[in-house]
Design a protein around this ligand. Sequence first.
Ligand code: HEC
Ligand code: HEC
Length: 458
Amino acid sequence: MAGGTFIMQIKSFHRAAALIAAFALAACGDGAPSAAPAVAAASAASTTGSSSTLSLAAQVGEKMFVDARLSGSGQLACASCHDPKNAHAPANDLAVQPGGADLKAAGTRAVPSLRYKDVTPPYADLLDNPDGISVPGPGGGFAWDGRAATLAEQARIPLLAANEMANADVAAVVAELKAGAYAELFRQAFGADVFADTDTAFAKAGLALQAYQLEDRSFHPYSSKYDLYAGNKIGGTLTPAEVRGFKVFADPQVGNCASCHYQGAGLNGSSALFTDFSYEAIGVPRNPAIPANADPAYVDTGLCGPLRSDHPPAAGNTFCGMVKAPTLRNVATRKSFFHNGVMHSLEQVIRFYNTRDTLPEIWYPTVGGKPKATPDAGFPSYGLVKTQYVGGKVKKYDDLPPQFVANIDTQMPLDGRKAHSAPPMSEQNMADLVCFLNTLTDGYQPPASAPSTSPCTQ
Ligand code: HEC
Ligand code: HEC
């Protein structure tokens, strides 16, 4: 991986330079044109979509999205897991959601938000990076492992998965659509004889859900404080804490978040998506709360399966362990983080980035040690492991088979520094970063007067 590491470092250096330039311009805040691209600004003004502006296909998709009849249990709709009131992600804090015919089967991955997915390109092993500078690498596609090329294709997965909507087959879904209240609308959208052929009708159902997600503004409202800021709009002045947090986010020597959660101008005229669609292995700890993980032989290696099969999980396969870097828009509204939902607060995630390497014992299990009766005064309580051990060995990267540990990314802030050395971010850096990430939440209403008590105002 030495060569790979070198390229990565060059890549993050170039990106950093570009980002700092963009940041410096954008941060002027004196009404001068911002370096931040204008797409977000233009859309910030528009409101949430209403059916009247949607194509017929999208109107069908809108109905399907909330239709629990389209599940084996009769109780699960897309919206049950992708709650429109919670940025199209679960409102509960479960790592994985229940599903299946009796709602007793469990998922194996955390549910992502469906927001800002409209310009996601199909997966490619060598996708050009939207920053226009970085070397091509695995990127694009839907789901944590990118296995669906389009939103239409993706819809097939939950409709048929035995642990999600659990329809017996394609015909069962089509039968529900044909017998349902909006069958006529379906015919209007896709042709009077659309139900004559089951596969055709099912394909159209996927296109309907895709059209809804692409057309309806609620999936990409660009209505966060950050959007006001990027568009130089009233109410978009970042507080000092948010400005500092943005610097931490973009600074390659500190947070370096922008290196993967890229916020510049991207593909297809997009901007500020807070992802570059790339895949990395960052060694997120195993989550015992996922029932599938009770079997030690079960391991989710992202690009190497088990849910996709074109990158065999064989030693030396550099794709294994890689997972999509998700958008960070609306990240402050999430209740479970990472592909396996192992963490439950933004602060915890940021602390993981900061101390995965310097305090591995609070993130990964220790084998062979003895629990300390009274933990040291300084032993942190924010990790996943609350017990301090004497002796034993920390099992770092416990959710990745040893032959894939070489695939772990080495960019800042996860640069593999020595245990118990100084972490990359200070307490202040992390607090500021949380403030900045909170500006990415949609539906922002500038307060009439600045609240004096918020920790993010100073
Ligand atoms: C039982 C919960 C559940 C239901 C119901 C559900 N999903 Fe999902 N959805 C998930 C999970 C979990 C993932 C991540 C899957 C993975 O990575 O393998 C996901 C991923 C997605 C993605 C990919 C997002 C991304 O970030 O790439 C889209 C799009 C999506 N779902 C749309 C839908 C649609 C449309 C429906 C209804 C037909 C639906 N989902 C129903 C749980 C659900
Ligand atoms: C080397 C690329 C890289 C860097 C640098 C990086 N991330 Fe990530 N980030 C990822 C990947 C990949 C995932 C998904 C990992 C997984 O689920 O296993 C992720 C996931 C996340 C999540 C979980 C989001 C969700 O929807 O569950 C948050 C929050 C996050 N990153 C914040 C940050 C912050 C803050 C920084 C900077 C301190 C940062 N990231 C730096 C690649 C990166």
